[in-house]
Design a protein around this ligand. Structure first.
Ligand code: ADP
Ligand code: MG
Length: 351
């Protein structure tokens, strides 16, 4: 202290006081679009760029950091490469668009060998093959420690076919493409086996029995089949998102951006028998894994009541889990016991 005055102290706000979504909003708020071709910027699964009356380009990017998003103790590099691509393609499908190209950037430490990176790229190639996308570029750099992978996916769609998060209407049906909670439990199993192995390196993990859950975690697929099925039957969702953060968080993105509420029914949310069995082992309510687990990469979308009737009567593999309501009715889940709970991004709170 000088002359009795306090030294100048710039404001130091911890990132944790905002959380991921508020941080993104805080950082991007000052930006306004300067290009008329920018049809959608920050805030959806992918950005949308006008090309011509028949084509819009969609772009999505993701960053995977070793120790945060993946653990190489139980993640084979081939699977990692595959997953890094698939999670980006999932964002393109969530716009009702078709992915065409990817770029892949990696930063690696000297701990990785050429053979290890070959394995990573085998996985990337397998995903490119399966989803018919081309690897067209990227960047390679180094880290002091650990691996970082960033994939950018580029796709296209007819501008009128693109589905945004903010276009759901009151009275729409809420649809889901597959079961939830399995990828999260796959991760819990892998973490448990890692702890057992670290305690006793002679222990041989038996993961065969849980191949469904572990597969959902290590080698997810993007639901291009659902996008194709809806297109074949000429159904355009009013809003769509992929379930990467958990049903609660992702359904709330649709609701808040569309200015509506929702009412979903626990009993109608598909769950795999392995999820029920293993969640009991971990003493976790299955609904908690389903609502908050994340990484399922299923498609969550809303459709008009007419389209919902058509889906119910004609399409297999899409569950209708509830419907949208006016905003002032809030976000509700009806439990199996018939009780109403408020849905929130952190979990579900008792009324
Ligand atoms: P998703 O889970 O679908 O991959 P995210 O939650 O990662 O989407 O991102 C939400 C939105 O915020 C997207 O539009 C994304 O492009 C944007 N975004 C995320 N991080 C940043 C950043 N650092 N700067 C600008 N935009 C960002
Ligand atoms: Mg997404």
């Amino acid at each position: 202290m000088q002359n009795g005055k306090m030294p100048y102290q710039p404001k130091q706000t911890p990132i944790s006081s905002l959380g991921e979504f508020k941080l993104i909003e805080h950082l991007t708020r000052p930006f306004s679009h300067q290009q008329v071709s920018t049809l959608k910027g920050v805030g959806d699964d992918a950005a949308v760029i006008h090309i011509n009356d028949h084509h819009a380009m969609v772009v999505s990017t993701d960053l995977l950091v070793e120790g945060i998003h993946f653990d190489l103790m139980y993640t084979p590099l081939k699977h990692l490469g595959y997953k890094a691509v698939v999670v980006n393609l999932s964002d393109i499908y969530a716009m009702n668009a078709t992915p065409r190209q990817i770029t892949v950037s990696i930063a690696i430490s000297s701990r990785f060998t050429v053979e290890a990176l070959d394995e990573l790229y085998e996985g990337i190639a397998a995903a490119c093959q399966r989803y018919k996308v081309d690897l067209v570029g990227g960047d390679t750099s180094s880290t002091l420690k650990g691996m970082v992978i960033s994939v950018t996916a580029i796709g296209d769609a007819h501008p009128a076919q693109i589905t945004y998060r903010n276009q759901a209407q009151i009275g729409d049906a809420i649809c889901l493409s597959g079961d939830l909670g399995s990828a999260y439990l796959g991760l819990q199993i892998l973490e448990r086996e890692k702890r057992i192995f670290l305690d006793n390196p002679a222990a041989q993990p038996d993961l065969e029995e849980q191949s469904y859950l572990i597969g959902r975690q290590l080698k997810p697929e993007a639901r291009h089949d659902i996008v194709a099925l809806l297109a074949k039957h000429r159904i355009k969702p009013t809003a769509m998102i992929d379930v990467s953060d958990g049903l609660s968080s992702d359904l709330l993105h649709i609701c808040t951006q569309s200015g509506i509420g929702c009412r979903i029914i626990e009993e109608y949310i598909p769950v795999h028998t392995d999820t029920l069995e293993v969640s009991a082992q971990f003493q976790l309510p299955p609904i908690t894994c389903m609502l908050n687990g994340g990484e399922d990469y299923e498609l969550l979308f809303t459709v008009s009541p007419q389209d919902a009737t058509y889906i119910e009567q004609n399409l297999y593999g899409i569950a209708i889990i509830g419907h949208t309501v006016p905003a002032d009715e809030g976000y509700t889940i009806i439990s199996r016991g018939g009780n109403e709970h408020r849905l929130s991004a952190q979990g579900w709170k008792h009324l």
